[in-house]
Design a protein around this ligand. Structure first.
Ligand code: NAD
Length: 424
């Protein structure tokens, strides 16, 4: 696959990667949709906000925050909130764009949105984090709402952060509005199954790909980057299904055991020690060695652009399942394709989270809550059906799974856009 020069340098931000993906898919869409493709190349609205908070030492600190609605043709905006020191508007735009695609892949009635604050949350106390979250929620208050735009957790945000967001928004409205965010605690209208949903979806799509490639899950070796919400749940669910998780990397260390790591023990160790360094029952390897660990599945579940032209040639996996958003650069993807490695793309593989977020939103509206079994069964069905449609299209038209997912999603979004027409 030849890549345009602006992409092949790998010096571009994720937004350019998103544009490249849209450009690739545009010629494959129905001709009647071509006039609307430009809408995907332009976020509908982007907001940059100043978030000032008083620190414990009495000083005032300022942080930059963002909320982007990429596209709302199919429904309200939906997408997570990220706290990270490297967050930029360009990154949030790309993440919002991928949400538009992802929501259409699993056919939930949402557009795409995303938000973030440029902050290293590890440097803040719990009450500073609460003040930051509340002020940010208030600053983006005009953009969010249960039928407008519904945030959820992403990197370094969790159920507690969602509870503060929901409370802040509710105070402004003068009533309790549980449906304004998803990924909430159970006691506030959260959904059973939500914490594991993204990891469960990663596993379901991995299993579906493995079935088609005749790779048994039992005994398969799995390597996971990121041991947070997505990485830990993916590792645990793979292990429960009989796979061997042989290496895990997070921000603190890379741990390895060719006989299989004890995922539950690793989780406990991380909770107690806040680092994977020194975890029992495994050895530490270098960050670079991680990429060449022999395995059947590689699950990147941390940040963008982790699989790139420098390490794609070393990847031993037969299937890469993208738990993270945008973890594979286009250059790396071309290298993996040449080497016969199948990539289950982020917009499909990690869509389990937003799918159960949709269930949570529906349950909040109806004030009727489902059992965990029901949730997992519905999630399983949606993920397996989305996978089957994408696999079939990829086979029929000789496309990568990512391109096939984009064809299905962009068609859904642009059909909605075309039939709505232009206002005024
Ligand atoms: P998280 O904050 O719970 O965990 C992030 C993990 O990545 C941590 O283990 C952290 O140590 C690790 N990490 C950070 N920097 C790293 C580095 N340089 N090298 C190796 N590891 C590093 O975040 P999360 O919610 O699990 O999100 C992870 C990815 O999954 C993100 O790309 C996010 O957008 C995506 N995602 C999350 C959800 C969700 O429901 N939480 C849904 C879809 C996609």
């Amino acid at each position: 696959m030849s890549l345009p020069s602006y992409i092949s340098s790998e010096n571009v931000g994720p937004w350019h990667i998103f544009l490249h993906q849209v450009d690739q898919v545009a010629p494959l869409l129905e001709k009647s949709l071509w006039p609307w493709v430009e809408t995907l190349r332009r976020p509908k609205r982007s907001l940059i906000v100043d978030v000032p908070i008083r620190l414990e030492n009495g000083e005032v600190a300022h942080f930059e925050g963002y909320r982007v609605h990429h596209n709302t043709s199919r429904g309200p905006g939906k997408g997570g909130i990220r706290y990270h020191q490297d967050v930029t508007l360009s990154e949030v735009m790309a993440l919002a764009g991928w949400m538009t695609i992802k929501n259409a892949v699993v056919n939930v009635p949402y557009g795409g949105a995303k938000g973030g604050i440029r902050v290293d949350p590890r440097t803040l106390s719990l009450s500073e984090l609460e003040r930051l979250t509340r002020r940010f929620t208030s600053e983006i208050g005009s953009m969010i709402g249960p039928d407008k735009d519904i945030p959820a957790p992403d990197m370094n945000t969790n159920a507690q952060v969602m509870a503060w967001m929901m409370d802040t928004y509710s105070m402004g409205e003068g009533r309790t509005v549980t449906g304004v965010v998803t990924g909430k605690p159970l006691s506030l209208g959260g959904s059973l199954g939500r914490p594991d949903a993204t990891g469960r979806g990663v596993f379901v799509t991995a299993r579906e790909a493995a079935k088609r490639l005749a790779i048994p899950i039992a005994g398969a070796r799995v390597v996971v980057q990121g041991f947070g919400n997505v990485g830990e749940a993916s590792a645990r669910i793979f292990a429960e299904a009989g796979a061997k998780v042989v290496a895990v990397q997070d921000v603190s260390a890379t741990v390895y055991n060719p006989a299989g790591l004890d995922v539950a023990a690793l989780r406990r160790f991380l909770q107690e020690n806040k680092t994977l360094k020194g975890a029992p029952g495994c050895s530490e390897i270098s960050r670079e060695e991680f990429w060449s660990v022999p395995c059947e599945f590689l699950v990147p579940a941390a940040l963008e652009s982790q699989i790139n032209r420098h390490n794609a040639g070393q990847v031993q996996a037969r299937i890469v399942v993208e738990g993270a958003n945008g973890p594979t650069t286009p250059e790396a993807e071309a290298i993996l394709a040449e080497r016969g490695v199948v990539v289950v793309p982020d917009v499909l593989a990690n869509a389990g989270g937003v799918t159960v977020s949709y269930f949570e939103w529906v349950q909040d509206f109806s004030s009727f809550f489902w059992s965990e079994d029901e949730i997992n069964q519905r999630l399983e069905r949606i993920m397996a059906e989305a996978f089957a449609a994408i696999w079939q299209l990829a086979e029929d038209r000789k496309l990568s799974l990512r391109t096939a997912a984009f064809v299905i999603a962009c068609s859904r979004v642009l059909e909605a856009r075309a039939i709505r027409g232009l206002y005024p």
